[in-house]
Design a protein around this ligand. Sequence first.
Ligand code: ZN
Length: 349
Amino acid sequence: MTDYPGDVAVDEEIATISMACPHVLLLGAGASKAALPNGDKNGRSVPVMRDIADELNLTQLFPGDLKELAGTDFESAYSRMFERHDAGLDELDRRIARYFKRLELPDGPNPYDYLHLCLRDKDAIFTFNWDPFLVQSRIRLAALGVSKFPKLFFLHGNVRIGFCVRDATSGIAGRPCSQCREPFVPSNLLFPVEKKNYQADPLIVREWAAARYFLKNCFMFTVFGYSAPKTDLDAISLLKGAWGDVQKRQMEQTEIINRPGSDHEALRETWDPFIHTHHYEIHDSFFESWLAMHPRRSGEAYRNQYIEARFIADNAVPQGVTELEELVAWFRPLLDVEFAQESTSSAES
Ligand SMILES: [Zn+2]
């Protein structure tokens, strides 16, 4: 409902597409925890890095002097093993890949489905997560007729994603590349953390190049469930480099979605290099974010609020939906406008 002339009503938000710059979403392990608080479809837990040795029973694979470290700082322990060329590394890699590959999204609508549906094809999702949930969500939404998706990039590799070096394309690991028909080679998952050697894996090199491009050009940067741990220093400095000098950014908005009750001041400090003056928000739930309040139109809403200084009504995504079909149907009017605009512009050109 529009109450005053100049306000942006929901109908107008749905009907108007004007933003070409990308919205960039960065996902950390906290996103999977928030999306699957009770584990996957079969009750398997989705471990975060610091719990991985215990939850996957991996401690026994570490040499005696690293067993304790493996329980407290898995990545550092892994790094040391890597430096020693320890024979147990392959088995570690195999077990982690096997565990994550078996994880499955529960049947009903999941935050991962919302993330896909709330962004447009100009937008990008970057994830640090190895779990297969983004890929599974995309496959099942595509089966329901959704065809416009944000681009996906896997900053630390992924159990479902592989790469074709010859054609520099990624796809589902093991399936044939559409160019050369050779199967996509599974990505690495673990990197020695002390010097995360991203250059050694061609998929990861490409993903980070994409991160630089998208972060440089985005109007909004949303961080969901990533606390920028100290073990990720290289990753964070790469992100900072891509974002550039915060003083030179214009009006970009940074929003942080974290678990309820998290320390907002600490989060603000962590992400300070990504925050332009007061242009940031911290949310305790995805459903409070720009993505969920202005699905598929976050850029237009941002422009209306911050540049046009108009009052904007929220077009909040529905919560408590039990069927995926029902959720997709809710997004249909938004998608229809995008298809209509596309056919108009292709008819004009
Ligand atoms: Zn190929």
